[in-house]
Design a protein around this ligand. Structure first.
Ligand SMILES: C[S@@+](CC[C@H](N)C(=O)[O-])C[C@H]1O[C@@H](n2cnc3c(N)ncnc32)[C@H](O)[C@@H]1O
Ligand code: SF4
Length: 376
């Protein structure tokens, strides 16, 4: 079957191994379990094969995330790709840590069909990288980007993090300038968040400051726009045509299947998730038990909130007709007695409502306010 780009169906494959755990990271990933890589790849194959018996796996995008999937060799990835029905247009992304790639490895990735790379760079200042607990230098990130170009990759995304302890306004500006000099097609920039259980969470002196992060966000948006990159989701900017198809599947609530430990799936209104623990995932696979440890059918209320939340975070926002269908009580006040403070946070046209730049900084507050009309 040909993949239907319009309808969209995503595959996420989790690779839970990293050379070293970063101080801020709460993803399911281990830096001391490399003996489990091969059993894990076998378990992934079994999981994908068992789904393929019930359902045609013809995705429009495949995303290898982690962890650090670039620790794998192409010969470990291709047996996984062979389990899917892959049309030539399918977007296949692999997350890379700059420390783990060479030109020849990236050429091998390209030869097996990977056509998009996403590098975790985080910062181009060495003291900021050290403060985040990253293993690579800024120079290695620049080199890794060059390797990707040399290997023939055109579609390359960079991840940055802002608000780390020790990062000055000047450091952030420098990181953005270095990033844009490389000319990635796509940029994800995340406000550093303190996740429970991380090394960062135990060190309040390194916690980020909201006002500083808001300022940093405005700088990204201004510089990205200047070079022609447009925001298309709160934390994502791209040149036209290079928006991540895979992420858009999540934001437009299309179906996706996640494989591997901690992976989530969303199929026809039902969400399900696998064991986060590597041991539990492998043990369940070994004994032929279900790898899924939870599922829920979204209630009407959850669905309404998700449509609002995911829609408003994107540049298209949400159509007024959808908004009033979801929250009918909003209709009567929307053009007359809407809270005055919202006028600078929302751009309202005849048909749609979108967040302004200020609104993006206060997205959660706006979403809470709008969704409160359900219970009024
Ligand atoms: C799985 S990692 C990317 C690939 C690779 N593992 C790496 O870090 O080089 C996904 C991205 O999430 C972001 N991220 C993870 N934890 C975060 C946190 N606590 N706050 C902000 N961003 C975070 C980082 O930008 C990171 O690059
Ligand atoms: S940020 Fe990336 S490299 Fe660092 S621990 Fe998390 S997944 Fe691993």
């Amino acid at each position: 079957m040909n993949s239907d780009i319009e309808s969209g169906f995503g595959i996420y494959i989790h690779f839970p191994f990293c050379l070293k755990k970063c101080d801020y990271c709460a993803f399911s990933t281990w830096d001391d379990r490399f003996d489990l890589v091969e059993p894990y790849l076998q378990a992934l194959k079994l999981e994908i094969t068992s789904w393929s018996k019930n359902m045609e796996l013809a995705p429009t995008s495949i995303y290898f995330g982690g962890g650090t999937p670039s620790l794998m060799e192409a010969k470990q990835i291709s047996p996984l790709l062979e389990l899917f029905d892959i049309d030539k247009d399918v977007e296949i992304t692999l997350e890379c840590n700059p420390e783990t790639v060479s030109v020849s490895k990236l050429v091998d990735f390209k030869n097996i069909g990977i056509n998009r790379l996403s590098f975790g760079v985080q910062s181009f200042s060495s003291h900021v990288l050290a403060s985040l607990g990253r293993i690579h230098s800024a120079d290695n990130a620049i080199k890794a980007f060059g390797f990707a170009k040399e290997a023939g990759f055109e579609n390359i995304s960079l991840d940055l993090i802002y608000g780390a302890s020790g990062e000055s306004d000047q450091d952030w500006l420098y990181s953005l300038e270095k990033c844009f000099e490389l000319k990635p097609t796509h940029l994800s920039a995340y406000a550093l968040t303190v996740e429970p259980g991380t090394a960062l969470s135990k060190d309040p002196l390194r916690y980020p400051d909201d006002d500083v992060q808001a300022k940093r966000y405005e700088v990204i948006d201004e510089l990205a726009e200047k070079i022609g990159m447009r925001w298309y989701e709160i934390s994502n900017w791209a040149f036209e045509g290079y928006e991540s198809r895979h992420n858009q599947i999540y934001w437009s609530r299309k179906n996706y299947l996640g494989f591997g430990c901690s992976a989530h799936s969303y199929i026809d209104g039902q969400r399900r998730w696998n064991f986060s623990s590597l041991n539990k995932y492998l043990e369940a696979s070994l004994y032929g038990r279900s790898l899924c440890c939870g599922k829920e059918d979204l209630t009407d209320k959850q669905n309404r909130l998700e449509v609002l939340m995911l829609g408003l975070r994107t540049k298209d926002g949400i159509s007024l007709s959808d908004l009033f269908k979801l929250f009918p009580k909003l209709e009567s006040i929307f053009f007359n007695s809407l809270d005055a403070s919202l006028t600078e946070l929302l751009e309202i046209t005849q048909k749609r409502v979108r967040l302004t730049l200020k609104g993006r900084l206060l997205a959660n507050e706006v979403i809470n306010y709008l969704s409160s009309f359900e219970s009024v």
